[in-house]
Design a protein around this ligand. Structure first.
Ligand SMILES: Nc1nc2c(c(=O)[nH]1)N[C@@H](CN(C=O)c1ccc(C(=O)N[C@@H](CCC(=O)O)C(=O)O)cc1)CN2
Ligand SMILES: NCC(=O)N[C@@H]1O[C@H](COP(=O)([O-])[O-])[C@@H](O)[C@H]1O
Length: 314
């Protein structure tokens, strides 16, 4: 079964060796075809990293119906670790004519929002497929969850402490090679570069744990947000999901949800209340984005088309 709808090559030689292991798969799909495309197909594990060697080859879905390897672009792309990427891949079976969207999720911490979104995809609430996880903290909880679920992990950005991290340009190349349609920031604590934002217009969301524009911007992340809300005397808080622009938390607001701030709330109690609502809201909004139910008002405000009543927007 072709993993991607490629023009069938007139002639190709196929040799396929899959040697599943506890840690990772060594998958060599060597094709020679008259249809050469910048693809990687050799996935090898050395030490604790996988390096994708890209060559001009056509890559087809291997015979193993459960094994799906990723297509990565035109150069060595280092990812943190790859395990069996086992999962049902429906080759983009349509939902009312909409192909299943391929998601990249960016995390820096525990990844509970990432887990909610992944579970939403697996359970069918979200017409999407988590194709890759991106993180600046390769050992964080979100990255561990990805490895346990066969989702490739990419380190970004490149720093002295994360030398295998990708540059901004390489990250765009890698995301294109994974054929990512939508980027979801979920507790990612670094400023996205403008190259990425321009490469994915109106396709990058972020969730922030306050009712923006209040309590947002540089320095406002994690518990600092909730401590500031409590100190302000605000009676309500809640998550905001917004499109991402070049600055922290200034992109177009797409959805918000309100939770009460109780008189004797600690920051931890408020954080837990907001996080629970984040999990619900992010799955709902990601589902709308994957089903192409986002419309843009003439003044630039994005709206969500109701699934239950398509004539209604919110
Ligand atoms: N281009 C954009 N990149 C990111 C956005 C965005 O809206 N546009 N959102 C953030 C997520 N975020 C709030 O929702 C946020 C994350 C981090 C910070 C912050 O002040 N970070 C510190 C560094 C923290 C660290 O390294 O541990 C800083 O920049 O000094 C503010 C808001 C994700 N990226
Ligand atoms: N300004 C960014 C920010 O503070 N994001 C917040 O980080 C947490 C990540 O939790 P998770 O890793 O369990 O999803 C979430 O509460 C999210 O809103």
């Amino acid at each position: 079964f072709p993993l991607f709808s490629l023009p069938s090559p007139k002639s190709f030689n196929l040799s396929l060796s899959i040697t599943p292991s506890m840690e990772a798969q060594t998958l060599n799909c060597m094709f020679s075809s008259n249809q050469t495309r910048p693809l990687f197909q050799t996935l090898t594990k050395s030490s604790n990293q996988c390096s994708f060697q890209s060559q001009n080859r056509v890559f087809y879905k291997p015979f193993c119906s459960k094994l799906v390897s990723q297509r990565v672009g035109v150069q060595n792309i280092r990812v943190q670790q790859c395990r069996n990427n086992v999962g049902n891949f429906d080759n983009g079976v349509s939902f009312d004519g909409v192909r299943r969207k391929r998601l990249a999720v960016f995390v820096s911490g525990g990844g509970s929002n990432f887990k909610s979104i992944h579970e939403g995809c697996v359970e069918g609430l979200v017409h999407g497929h988590v194709a890759v996880l991106v993180t600046n903290k390769p050992d964080c909880g979100g990255a561990e969850y990805a490895r346990q679920n066969g989702i490739p992990v990419i380190s970004f950005p490149k720093t002295s402490s994360v030398p295998m991290g990708l540059s901004s340009v390489d990250l765009v190349t890698a995301l294109r090679s994974f054929e990512v349609d939508i980027i979801l920031l979920a507790g990612f604590l670094k400023l996205l570069p403008v190259e990425l934002i321009r490469a994915y217009p109106r396709s990058i969301l972020n969730i922030h744990p306050s009712l923006l524009p209040a309590f947002g911007g540089k320095g406002y992340y994690g518990m600092k947000v909730h401590k500031s809300v409590i100190a302000s005397g605000a009676r309500y808080s809640g998550p905001t999901i917004h499109f991402v622009d070049e600055h922290y938390d200034t992109g177009r607001i797409l959805a918000q949800s309100v939770v009460p701030v109780l008189a004797h709330d600690t920051a931890e109690e408020l954080a837990a209340r907001v996080l629970h609502e984040e999990h619900r809201l992010y799955v709902e909004v990601t589902s709308a984005l994957c089903e192409e139910r986002i419309v843009w008002r003439e003044d630039g405000v994005p709206l969500i088309q109701s699934k239950a009543n398509p004539k209604q927007y919110y």
